[in-house]
Design a protein around this ligand. Structure first.
Ligand SMILES: [Zn+2]
Length: 1179
């Protein structure tokens, strides 16, 4: 087609769409009017006036939409003339990709791929031998030498940084640590810092700090403020916790940072400048990105592989500018200091020799609480020994200083829960002050020494770097996987306590059907469901934040004076939201979501989350209730008799959740579905009903939805006779609440699933009055099992039911075999696997072989079909949805694992494909970005495992295989084309990292995935892939729907009389690559614990793979433009004002007042990969 003709067609098409939408809007309005007039007359003048007012409002909105549409048309026309810019969803030629042309609108992400400079950590991994020779006193390093005149010109400038590492839960619970240790530390801090203004302390965990603040009086608070102002106390990082950087999702990482920063702004009026992360078990650049975005300039990390540390020390690159892999500018650069030695305690921080440094930890003086394992105890500093002691210490400082480019030196002074007793402050501060005084009295030593905060250090560093014109190297990449010594890789914690990584079973109840796994628990004789990942709790917070914010905005709009609805408990709900955020934030701690805490501590976290989720559900239900009511005056709040309920109920925190069975009659029951995503989606919703005949009707349009009835399996071979699973296809507009009516239908009218059941060598005969169940006969029993929909066909083994092959509609066929494996741990006296470490047996993984053939059940229905295999230790299901759009393209894979009978074993799901991926694969970091991984033979097996928070993919020149997950776990690709995913670990022993326990509190644990095979276009040149790559658009969308499933609520049976209207806040989906990360109501600055009119809007523009056009094309659009019109994006929502801020919404990070946008068009620049935060007032 010629360009001009195409243009004509395009513009014509857009015009048609515009006219149609106008027409539909008019239609909708008239429809709602006529319905309203169809009701019994209220007879009140007030009501009529209100209707009139509403009508005028509606017309006004229509007019402004109209104007906007015309403006949009004009824009489109101009842009089309200027370039070949296209509305991608209408114009993508699916052959484009195959012909080797880039995906339209993909320019930005591609440019970023090309701009690579600085050191790439992947290359360092290729380079290093990982040989671990004995380095002498610094065991993992080398001998450091100096001449002695290095500091004659520029003296050594030492900052000794007192710190106390307070885990918000580990061996003890958060509260127990607080009462036993933390509050004493902080109480003493006020006294001891006030005694001498040269003394300093840094503090990181705001969870503890805020708890203590609530306990102290005004006088003490004033003293704390004085210490902060004087620079004696610095709040570093300012997060609620020091988060795990492997298993935590970026939503929760940012949320906990924001919670801390907001607290600091409100109570102390300070903004953190430097990050401090000494204990997370490996470090992610996602954290660096968030810190930079929150306005921090510097950061410090500690737990990095000892060989990397040594290499960086040799190169003097322990201080570097950490840059995001995808960033071709310097925008994301943040100065990072990596601590060089083994640990953050005193023996491993003053210099390379722990036997010497330990003598300068005065808490280890003879007779005190702890001692030096190197057998040389510290001595108190006296006039007699100060010379000798000072020189001994100076030697360590000098050696350490040789590892850095500047002569400014950072030395921490502290450890876990230090400075509890007042006497510890005295011994540390007094002895060091004597040493410092000595140094400062002897200029010939060329050292200037003092106590400092982290920012004191960085300030001096930057000053020194600029006077000496020294630059820091740039670095890209991440610091996984971490080893602290020998072959002790901390790769077990990527999976430890997978059940708790999804939170506690009690919480699981809060979830949704589509993802539920049904089974019969013989101990409780009930059918129950689990499935809450830690993300699901994140996403429960996110969903509630968004719906709550939309509700408040709607209330203000409906009252002309901006009031909220009278009996809606907005203030109480806002407090519940705050508590929910804080409990979620606490769980991001590096011993919480990591699964490396004591058993009772896990239960404590679970209980907190459970309570919060129950509260958040109430907020969701009440918000939905208000939004749905046609006549808002009918809203009435009664906590004991809620109008809506989640469709799963938990009676107590230690009770199993039960899915409500809906009793059906010919009177309709209302189901309300909330779509928490910003995309129009087609979702399969399932509920449990008491009749095999049911129908579902869209309450607004009267349209009958496609349905199917499946059996609820009480046991693998016994279907329940009185409960059934009703599934239907729902069309859910972005962020909408949609109402469906479910009723009983005439007998036999609802399509039922047909079952085939097979067990090799031991045939089954299943009888059920409601379903057709057959078995495989004769040669059928040897032929591969096959399922197909419009997009894909799969084949599975008739013996095991496990997947073997997949074919796309395009003709692409790939071997994709699913297997299961066991890992054992080492034998003999050597260290064994535990909560942190993965130390597999020498023989590696063994294929899972079950004693008897599995029961395989094939179900075929009009909405979905699946194959389920029942093995003794797990149930595995692969499901295909018969949906037209892209939702039908990926396979859903779910596992339910129970390894409670095992000893020292880890269960792995393996995917074996013929994708020629070489030794490369990609796993995500915190759901924020993809990181290339290279499997290296020179490293032990366990070193090649990486964290996978939500996605992994393999690719070659013709295809890409993506696996998206709803939970975090460890992943490896030990051979080309293969992926191993660790499902659960049961380990009887401690692994000597302080926990003092094995991991034996295993639960029945579920995992859920989407598997997506895609053709790869000619844009792909590399075999394994470039060092920077992104998920495809379809993979992004699959991940979005996997992680943010629709939430189902049931109207209580006595509420049928109220008229409900669906709530659709947006006219259309956001662009495919723009994710609404959050819409969070901010606290009123005048009135504490009260929602303000300000909302924080967070948008994440995702980078996506440019090599292939998505097939089938999604309904959302994308463009190459960075500028986005927010008014269009969120139409018909109106923002009164928009002002960009930092990622944690600190006032200090707000754009200047003059940049605030008060009138449309409000244009925002959204760069690919970046998160943008705005302070908005919604109208
Ligand atoms: Zn810690």
């Amino acid at each position: 087609m010629k360009r001009s003709r195409m243009l004509a067609v395009l513009v014509g098409g857009i015009f048609c769409v515009a006219v149609m939408s106008l027409y539909r809007m008019l239609d909708l309005m008239q429809g709602s009017e006529s319905k309203r007039y169809g009701e019994p007359p209220g007879g009140q003048v007030d009501e009529d006036l209100a209707h009139l007012q509403q009508k005028i409002d509606g017309l006004e909105r229509l007019l402004s939409d109209n104007n906007r549409l015309v403006a949009m048309l004009r824009d489109t026309l101009l842009q089309s003339k200027a370039s070949a810019w296209k509305r991608a969803n209408n114009s993508i030629d699916s052959a484009l990709g195959r012909r080797g042309e880039a995906l339209p609108g993909c320019r930005l992400a591609k440019e970023m791929k090309d701009g690579v400079d600085g050191v790439q950590l992947l290359d360092v991994y290729d380079l290093l031998p990982f040989d671990n020779p004995d380095g002498g006193p610094w065991k993992q390093g080398f001998e450091i030498t100096y001449k002695g005149d290095e500091w004659s010109e520029q003296p050594l400038e030492l900052f000794l940084i007192p710190h106390s590492h307070n885990d918000p839960g580990w061996i003890k619970t958060f509260d127990a640590y607080y009462h036993d240790q933390t509050r004493h530390i902080l109480d003493n801090m006020v006294v001891k810092l006030s005694e001498d203004n040269r003394r300093k302390l840094i503090w990181a965990e705001i969870s503890y700090f805020s708890k203590w603040w609530n306990d102290i009086d005004d006088q003490k608070r004033a003293a704390v403020k004085r210490l902060v102002e004087a620079g004696q106390l610095e709040l570093v990082t300012g997060g609620w916790v020091m988060p795990d950087e492997a298993n935590s999702h970026y939503f929760a990482m940012l949320d906990q940072l924001m919670e801390g920063h907001q607290w600091l702004q409100k109570h102390l009026g300070v903004k953190p400048r430097s990050g401090w992360a000494i204990d997370p078990f490996g470090h992610s650049p996602s954290m660096a990105y968030l810190l930079k975005g929150a306005g921090l300039h510097n950061m410090l990390i500690q737990r990095v592989h000892y060989s990397i540390k040594k290499h960086f020390a040799q190169q003097q690159t322990l201080e570097f500018l950490w840059r995001q892999s995808w960033d071709s500018s310097s925008r994301s650069d943040i100065t990072c200091h990596m601590m060089p030695f083994y640990s953050y305690d005193v023996p491993h921080t003053c210099g390379p020799n722990p036997a010497v440094c330990c003598q300068f930890d005065f808490q280890r003086l003879p007779g005190r609480r702890t001692f030096c394992p190197w057998k040389i105890p510290p001595k108190p500093i006296t006039d007699q020994n100060v010379h000798e002691r000072a020189l001994l210490l100076l030697d360590q400082y000098r050696q350490k200083s040789r590892l850095f480019r500047s002569s400014v030196l950072l030395v921490p002074l502290g450890d876990d829960f230090r400075y509890v007793e007042s006497s510890e402050w005295d011994v540390q501060f007094n002895n060091y002050q004597k040493l410092f005084d000595y140094f400062n009295q002897h200029p010939e030593l060329h050292i200037k020494a003092r106590f400092g905060t982290l920012s004191d250090y960085f300030q001096a560093l930057h000053r020194r770097l600029s006077t000496t014109r020294t630059t820091l190297p740039k670095l890209r990449g991440d610091f996984f996987s971490y080893a602290d010594r020998d072959d002790h890789y901390w790769t077990g914690y990527f999976t430890s306590r997978p059940f708790y990584k999804r939170l506690d079973r009690k919480l699981e109840a809060t979830l949704r059907y589509r993802r539920s796994v049904w089974l019969h628990d013989t101990h409780h004789d009930v059918v129950f469901i689990f499935m809450v990942t830690v993300y699901e709790s994140s996403f429960c917070v996110r969903a509630t934040e968004i719906l709550f914010s939309l509700t408040l905005a709607e209330m203000r709009r409906s009252h002309s004076d901006g009031r909220l609805a009278e009996n809606f408990p907005a203030r109480e709900y806002f407090q519940w939201l705050t508590t929910g955020r804080r409990n979620l934030a606490l769980f991001q701690h590096h011993d919480a979501v990591a699964g490396t805490e004591r058993e009772h501590v896990v239960v404590d976290y679970g209980t907190r989350l459970f309570q919060s989720i129950l509260n958040l559900h109430q907020v969701l239900q009440s918000s939905a209730h208000w939004l749905l009511l046609l006549d808002k005056s009918q809203y009435h709040h009664d906590q004991s008799k809620p109008f809506l309920q989640m469709d799963e109920v938990i009676s107590a925190q230690d009770a199993l959740p039960q899915k409500t069975t809906l009793s059906l009659s010919y009177e309709p029951r209302s189901l309300i579905i909330f779509n928490p995503t910003e995309q129009l989606r087609t979702s399969v919703i399932s509920v449990v009903v008491d009749s095999p005949d049911a129908q579902v009707i869209d309450a607004e349009t009267g349209r009958q939805m496609s349905t199917q009835i499946s059996a609820v399996w009480a046991e693998p071979s016994r279907p329940s006779t009185d409960t059934f699973q009703l599934s239907f296809v729902a069309e859910l507009p972005p962020l909408s609440l949609v109402v469906y009516h479910v009723t009983k239908a005439s007998s036999g009218s609802t399509p039922r699933v047909r079952y085939t059941v097979h067990r090799r060598g031991n045939p089954l005969d299943i009888h059920t009055e409601h379903f057709q169940v057959s078995s495989l006969q004769g040669s059928e029993a040897d032929a591969p099992l096959s399922l197909s929909n419009k997009h894909v066909q799969i084949w599975s083994s008739p013996e095991t039911g496990l997947l073997e092959k997949l074919r796309l509609q395009s003709g692409l066929v790939r071997k994709i075999q699913v297997q299961f494996l066991w890992y054992g741990t080492r034998t003999g006296s050597r260290d064994k696997s535990g909560a942190y470490l993965f130390l597999p047996a020498d023989e590696g993984a063994q294929l899972y072989i079950s004693s008897e053939p599995p029961l395989v059940r094939i179900s075929r229905g009009p909405i979905f079909s699946d194959i389920t295999s029942h093995f003794p230790h797990f149930t595995h299901t692969v499901r295909l949805f018969h949906l037209d759009g892209h939702a039908g393209k990926s396979l859903e894979i779910s596992n339910l694992v129970d390894i409670r009978s095992q000893v020292n074993r880890e269960l792995v799901m393996k995917i074996v494909s013929d994708v020629a991926s070489g030794n490369r694969f990609y796993s995500d970091l915190n759901g924020f970005q993809m990181q290339q991984r290279r499997t290296l033979a020179k490293l032990p097996l366990q070193a090649n495992f990486y964290p996978m928070t939500s996605a992994v993919f393999l690719q070659d020149s013709t295809s890409r295989l993506s696996l998206l997950s709803a939970q975090s776990q460890g992943v490896a690709s030990l051979k080309p084309g293969e992926l191993e995913l660790v499902l659960d670990r049961r380990l009887q022993q401690d692994d000597n990292r302080g926990l003092g326990q094995g991991v034996t509190d295993n639960k029945l644990t579920a995992s859920l995935y989407h598997l997506l095979l895609e053709d790869r276009g000619g844009g792909a040149k590399e075999v394994g892939g470039a060092s920077v790559d992104h998920l495809s658009l379809l993979a992004h969308l699959a991940s979005l729907s996997l992680c943010h499933p629709p939430m189902t609520m049931v109207a209580t049976s006595n509420s049928q009389l109220l008229k409900l209207r669906p709530f659709q806040p947006l006219h259309s989906s956001l662009p495919c690559d723009i994710h609404l990360l959050n819409l969070r109501t901010l606290e009123d600055t005048q009135e504490a614990d009260t929602p303000s009119q300000e909302t924080a809007l967070f948008l994440h523009r995702k980078g996506f793979d440019c090599s292939t056009a998505p097939e089938p094309a999604p309904q959302c659009t994308w463009s190459e433009h960075e500028e986005v019109n927010l008014d269009d994006l969120f139409s018909p929502l109106q923002f009164q004002s928009v002002r960009r801020s930092g990622l944690t919404l600190l006032r200090a990070d707000d754009e200047p007042e003059s940049a605030q946008q008060r009138h449309p068009p409000r244009i925002a620049q959204l760069r690919p990969m970046e998160i943008s935060a705005f302070r908005v007032q919604m109208d």
